[in-house]
Design a protein around this ligand. Structure first.
Ligand code: NAD
Length: 417
């Protein structure tokens, strides 16, 4: 079997493409291709039965030229340093693209959280937070939830950091519960942004949301609410999936009811009453108008891109499409709304949360959603205009804007010493 492009390879290839179009010199390219700071930590965990096991954790700060680093924390069994590097680099371009004053970072722990109790996950989080404590903080690096972590994880992280400091520091993480300094609207922000960018792409093509069918891979924080919002806005969501499999109904699903079932303990959408089973691989190839990959990276690759039938691929996940697959999709005329644009609603509202934490002054949900909409519409317009002007894909245009702004910050600050 031919090896697929890894997330880190994909991120490097995408960067090289942007560098080529921007005409940046080799030194700048090398600087942007190399993470600024990386930390690998051991996390000794006392399991509930008393024995001790040692996990690995990471925090990578890819770039700090435009402000403190920003990026999620992932708990997943296949997380490794290269995956975290790729995710950190994508955060740098994403924050620059939507014009918020952050660099990019990402963190992760190699763990399958489904196999650990809540108490064990709390101990993992508190130890991980303490280990990476020296390099995080509201003015240094601000984590957030990602795959396998949630608002509770952020509350434990914030509490641990604050106890170690001796006072409460709400701005050290975003994506917290509202009761401890979280923002209204953060929970659904990434999914809302996915919907806005899908609708912007439809608008350009002269298609109404009411005419389209949708498949969503990943029914977690991003995919679950993206499916619900798209359904509520009139799209027909025909398939959703999670790690255990998928559910399909040609007449359309009711994502809100499925989310309620998950909340009350249903383990997977697979087998949901009134649906047919569908595998994650089949879902990617479904004959739908919009495909929203919202699980992991690399799921659309050179081995299946030819079989993808959706005209619009709206990337809820980070890095779901490899560069090889991008080329195949582009040659077929499919429109890929790239991750750093499509899923940037999450970090946009994380930025709002951090601003509110720093000012200790809280916005209403309408204010948050209005400002999110404004940021996303502006970013989409800039990307789509540049793509048309330069005759490049939305991905290349988005990368050119993000990479270009970071390169500009480096040029302006100068090289020390
Ligand atoms: P999550 O843990 O809440 O949900 C992940 C979903 O993917 C779950 O339904 C899980 O069952 C499913 N999944 C896991 N492994 C899978 C596999 N091998 N095949 C199919 N499905 C699988 O995570 P999330 O926060 O929703 O993140 C999903 C994606 O969105 C990630 O790529 C993440 O980096 C990206 N993202 C998240 C945010 C955010 O605010 N949470 C923001 C921007 C981007």
């Amino acid at each position: 079997m031919v090896a697929r492009q890894s997330a880190w390879e994909s991120a490097q290839i995408q960067l090289a493409e942007a560098v080529k179009h921007l005409g940046l010199d080799d030194g700048t390219h090398q600087l942007l291709a190399t993470p600024r700071r990386e930390m690998t930590v051991s996390i000794p965990l006392r399991r509930d039965d008393g024995h001790v096991e040692v996990l690995r954790g990471y925090r990578v700060q890819h770039n700090l030229s435009r402000g403190p680093a920003k990026g999620g924390i992932r708990y997943h069994p296949s997380t490794d340093i290269d995956e975290v590097r790729a995710l950190a680099m994508w955060m740098t371009w994403k924050c620059a693209l939507i014009g918020i004053p952050y660099g990019g970072a990402k963190g992760g722990v190699t763990i399958d959280p489904r196999l650990y109790s809540r108490n064990e996950l709390e101990r993992v989080t508190r130890r991980y937070a303490s280990e990476i404590g020296p390099i995080v903080g509201p003015e240094k690096d601000i984590p957030a939830p990602d795959v396998g972590t949630d608002d509770q994880t952020m509350a434990w992280f914030m509490d641990t950091y604050s106890v170690n400091k001796g006072y409460t520091v709400t701005g050290v993480v975003t994506g917290k519960p509202v009761s401890v300094g979280g923002s209204q609207g953060r929970g659904g922000a990434t999914s809302r942004g996915v919907m806005y960018s899908a609708f912007a792409a439809l608008r350009e093509a002269g298609i109404s949301p009411r005419e389209v069918s949708v498949a969503v891979q990943g029914f977690g924080k991003v995919g679950g609410l993206a499916a619900q919002y798209l359904h509520d806005a009139g799209c027909k969501v025909v398939a959703v999936s999670d790690v255990k499999g998928g559910a399909y109904n040609a007449m359309g699903l009711n994502p809100a009811a499925m989310l309620r079932a998950i909340k009350s303990g249903m383990e997977s959408v697979a087998g949901y009453p009134g649906t047919d089973p569908i595998s994650n691989e089949e879902l990617i190839e479904l004959d739908v108008d919009i495909l929203v990959p919202a699980a992991l990276e690399g799921v659309i690759h050179d081995g299946n891109a030819d079989a993808v039938k959706a005209r619009f691929i709206v990337e809820g996940a980070n890095g779901p499409t490899t560069p090889d697959a991008d080329a195949i999709l582009e040659s077929r005329g499919a429109i890929v709304v790239p991750d750093i644009l499509a899923n940037s609603g999450g970090v946009a509202v994380s930025y709002f949360e951090w601003v509110q934490d720093l000012q200790a002054y809280w916005w209403t949900e309408d204010e948050v959603n209005d400002r999110l909409r404004a940021i996303m519409d502006k970013a989409y317009d800039e990307v789509s205009t540049l793509a048309r002007e330069q005759g490049v894909s939305l991905r290349t245009a988005a990368q050119m804007i993000g990479v270009g702004r970071v390169a500009e910050a480096h040029r302006t600050r100068g090289l020390y010493p």
